[in-house]
Design a protein around this ligand. Sequence first.
Ligand code: AHR
Length: 487
Amino acid sequence: PIGQVDPRIFGGFLEHMGRAVYEGVYDPKSAHADAEGFRKDVLAALEPLSMTVMRYPGGNFVSGYHWEDGVGPRESRPTVRELAWQTIEPNQFGTDEFISLSRKMGWTPMLAVNLGTGSPEEAQNWVEYCNGEVGTRYADRRAANGSPEPHGVKLWCLGNEMDGPWQLGQVPAEQYALRAEQAGKLMKGLDPSIELVACGSCGVYLPTYMEWDRVVLEYLGDLADYVSLHRYVDNRADDTADFLAVTNAIDRQIEQMDAACRFVQAKRRSYKRPYLCFDEWNVWYRTFSREGMDVDGEFPRHVIEEVYNLEDALVAAGFLNSFIRHADCVKIANIAQLVNVIAPILTRGDELLIQSIYHVFEMFSKRREGVALRPAVQGPVYQGSLNGEVHYLDCSAILDGNRLQVFASNRSQDEEMDLSIEVADRSIASPQSAELLTGPDAKAANSFEAPDVVRSERFEGFEVRGGKARLSLPPLSVLAATLELES
Ligand code: AHR
């Protein structure tokens, strides 16, 4: 056993960016809009993903965001210039709409405060607005806006990517740590029950990688409940084998960040271990350039609407496998993002498209209960050109009583894999349910014209004998299976 799988590793991320909020989850003019302006078709499509925590409102956006612009009567909310993505923000969707949406969807809200251009006091006031009992200024404003009961937001991010040169208000580690400490103390002073996520290094490629984390963690001490990690991976080199081996780099990033946390904890002789919050992860590269982002005059803009293919789906499974294999330290993770913007779902007018990565998330998410087991893999390996040696098999497993969840990807592009699954001290009795995702080739992707090219299907090809399960995995496929064990 590695550790209990925290359901919060199946989180999502909703940023005010492109068509994520407007034309994504919120679109009062859509034929699909409900009474609150939420798109019913989008919410229905998100339902099966059963996401746990939802991070909001950014992302880079948050570093210029003033939450008070987004509450109160809609007609008096200001339209403002938005500098992170060079657009405008009409503030028609804000804190109360987000909380209402979260309730509807069963999401645990996770709010990021503005530590770029915002002040520690503004962050404190937001906690009061969300969590205070009526009787003081900001809690009373919430009540006046229609919510006498506190929103009860327990998870708060202390800014976003404050080590990134692109971040509004970016500062060196010492200065961020100071801001985060001031904000964190005020926020916890207002509500001691909240948990805080400090900004960790957002890119392994930045010169401050790890040194940033050491400084921030040492300075914040026990105030940091979690430290954040971000990772977007790419196949710019068009080298599918190496792209699929990126799991090595994801594992390494998690282990390095955990090592930084443990090092600082030991140095401080503290009983408190900061855990990891992988609050942005995905494949993102085709729409990365500035040119891809700027479409003057259009609102909302079509930005970074990545189309995901089969190889991306295997990489998404690789992220989830890695989080499960590191269940002892990764407690929260958020796929970035939710709708339209580097997302599992795309909309086009009233239409909606399910992307390849959606299926993988769903296949894993519904099998998340239990304790992660350490997989011991025997089988052929290959050498990735940059990412090093990996098994053709990428996998993870979760045990819940007599139920074993197995996640297995075949990274081979042309060979079937004969797979035998056994549990060290238990016998497999029978398969309960399984789905297999695959497609015609690595670059195959769904489109509005052909929406089912990459899809998951029920899988029944198990042979259970002598307490072991055997099956054959097609090239470039992901299997998620629930197996019953003998009691
Ligand atoms: O998810 C898109 C952007 O990627 C986020 O706004 C930012 O935090 C990261 O750089």
